[in-house]
Ligand binder design. Structure first.
Ligand SMILES: Cc1cc2nc3c(=O)[nH]c(=O)nc-3n(C[C@H](O)[C@H](O)[C@H](O)COP(=O)(O)OP(=O)(O)OC[C@H]3O[C@@H](n4cnc5c(N)ncnc54)[C@H](O)[C@@H]3O)c2cc1C
Length: 206
């Protein structure tokens, strides 16, 4: 199925469910578009875009269209070639989905949404998971063990529901968030000698 890069994940997940197609259940509840999700190889609940992308068309800065296959996306955990080629714009992608049982697809989607509501601080604005999952450790658990749940700089808080999320409880500035990130990184480093990495992309600093 060929999908334009601007299509919202919530919309396409529901549309393919209506057609009885399985493979995108993991994406329901991830806020964003197909383009952003492919660029960062978004994933959740055991699924990732790298598992379902057949090919993508992108436009380079000279407005030339290219088509790349799955391997040429250079997918890794929360990474694709588009991280290193920021001028390239994904236009559309072909996803491989399977005919499935609508009841089972719906059950998976409902379970994923339920789990998100229970385990993620979706009642406050955030950039999603602030830090990448570690190799051999769960970053949120390390942050929690440092006693940082609920720690804040201004209105920027380490979520007390999920320590991997930094949430804005009012008027947090980018500066507040970045200062809090520095504190979290330092405390985890001091406690565990581990350098945790950002999953979010920093665009503004004030
Ligand atoms: C509450 C919450 C929960 C989240 N849960 C998850 C999760 O479970 N799993 C997960 O993986 N992520 C999760 N995220 C992160 C989410 O995947 C990203 O925020 C989203 O995919 C970004 O997509 P976007 O379309 O909004 O892109 P933007 O935020 O607009 O852009 C993100 C990046 O992608 C680039 N980009 C966007 N469109 C294109 C395009 N067409 N071509 C090339 N580059 C493009 C932008 O230049 C930018 O670098 C979560 C975020 C939030 C806020």
């Amino acid at each position: 199925m060929k999908i334009g890069s601007g299509v919202l994940l919530s919309k396409i997940s529901n549309e393919v469910y209506n057609k009885g197609l399985s493979g995108l259940e993991f994406a329901i509840g991830i806020p964003g578009t197909i383009g952003g999700a492919i660029k960062m190889n978004a994933g959740a609940y055991g699924g990732e875009f790298k598992d379902i992308v057949v090919s993508s068309e992108y436009l380079d800065k000279n407005l030339t269209i290219h088509e790349i296959n799955n391997r040429e996306h250079e997918f890794k955990y929360r990474f694709s070639r588009f991280n290193n080629n920021k001028d390239d714009i994904i236009v559309s992608s072909i996803l491989q989905l399977q005919k499935g049982n609508k009841k089972e697809i719906k059950a998976k989607m409902d379970a994923n949404i339920k789990s998100r509501k229970e385990k993620q601080p979706i009642n406050f604005p955030s950039g999603g998971s602030t830090f990448k999952r570690g190799d051999g450790y769960i970053t949120a658990q390390l942050i929690d063990k440092c006693g940082l749940k609920g720690y804040n700089i201004g209105d920027s808080y380490v979520s007390d529901i999920h320590a991997g999320f930094i949430v804005n409880k009012g008027n947090a500035t980018a500066k507040d968030v970045l200062s809090l990130i520095d504190i979290v990184k330092k405390k985890v480093h001091d406690e565990f000698s581990i350098d945790i990495e950002l999953e979010i992309e920093v665009l503004g600093e004030d």
